[in-house]
Design a protein around this ligand. Structure first.
Ligand code: NAP
Length: 287
């Protein structure tokens, strides 16, 4: 079997085109979705993610504001700024680019953002809503992964989904969203024994570890859906995923590439959440 490749880049583009139409209709009604991104320090990867978010916001017509602060910014100053943005009507989404410098408590910052403006979907209230099966802002990477599978009409119900990685931003929430879709979910992590056994059983395999070619085609079940979340920079400067694409492609029914896979969907779902927040703040169901 040779897998069909799911290009997140293509789905992201078509979703952004739809959002562009939606935002222009919202603007006609006087509603301008606004996203404020806070970047602390000079980390090149964070800077590049933030630029990507701004570019995509501009494309769809979301008003995007970047606040860049020095690495030495005191925690209190950041919390005060978030408090001001929480009050500001023109701001519908607040995103603090992670990771933060060591002297700032990440969880405190996440919890300082109003749950109504938490377009990253990391606030405990939104996580709780997701866990109880309620509509909310879902974390962007997991939400994007679900959209990719739905775009190919991949049925999730009753499927055994195996997730390698249990981070708060990818592994855990993607498992929860799959459970909400009636999949049977297994989490693997660094203490899991006999991981190959779980990989072999996976109808849907999601790999979010951060290690180049952590999984290859050897153990993948024939016909599995393989979603590669990893983004790893290799020696020649190019990007690779956590899955050995060429060998896995021979076994899988669907597979996502790196780059042009999950990455573009993450930003797209951030825009989706920002527009959703703007509609909610203005009591608009449909445009
Ligand atoms: P993370 O917080 O570092 O978590 C990595 C997870 O992998 C942990 O749960 C860890 O287990 C597990 N792990 C590490 N070594 C393992 C091993 N030998 N066997 C089994 N499990 C192992 O990473 P993350 O933030 O979830 O990101 C994962 C990857 O996805 C990274 O490459 C990141 O760049 C990428 N990413 C991509 C996007 C996107 O939009 N495309 C978004 C977010 C992240 P323990 O919990 O036991 O330590």
């Amino acid at each position: 079997m040779t897998a069909e490749v799911i290009y997140g880049s293509e789905l992201a583009q078509s979703m952004r085109d739809q959002m562009k139409d939606e935002v222009s209709k919202l603007r006609e009604k006087g509603v301008v979705p606004g996203l404020t991104v806070i970047l602390i320090g000079e980390d090149p990867a964070s800077k590049s993610y933030v630029l990507g978010k701004q570019k995509a916001s501009n494309y769809v017509g979301v008003d995007s504001d970047l606040i860049s602060l020095p690495e030495s910014t005191p925690e209190k100053e950041l919390l005060d700024l978030i408090d001001q943005l929480n009050q500001k009507e023109s701001v519908h989404g607040i995103l603090v680019q992670l990771p933060l410098p060591d002297h700032i408590d990440e969880q405190k910052v996440i919890e300082a953002i109003s749950a109504e403006k938490d377009v990253d979907g990391f606030h405990p209230i939104n996580i709780g809503r997701m866990m109880t099966g309620k509509d909310t802002f879902f974390p962007c990477t997991p939400y994007g992964i679900i959209q990719m599978m739905k775009s190919k009409e991949i049925s999730l119900e009753g499927k055994h989904a195996v997730i390698i990685g249990r981070s708060n931003i990818v592994g855990k929430p993607v498992g929860q969203l799959l459970l909400n879709e009636n999949a049977t979910v297994t989490y693997c992590h660094s203490r899991t024994k006999d991981m190959e056994k779980f990989i072999q059983e996976a109808d849907i395999l999601i790999v979010a570890v951060g290690k180049t070619h952590f999984v290859n085609g050897d153990h993948i079940k024939e016909g599995a859906v393989v979603i590669d979340v990893g983004v790893n920079r290799v020696e020649d400067g190019s990007l690779t995923g956590d899955v050995d694409f060429e060998s896995a492609k021979q076994k899988a029914s669907y597979i996502t590439p790196v780059p042009k896979g999950v990455g573009p969907m993450t930003i797209t779902m951030l825009l989706h959440n920002t527009i959703k927040s703007a509609k909610k703040a203005n009591d608009i169901q449909n445009v």
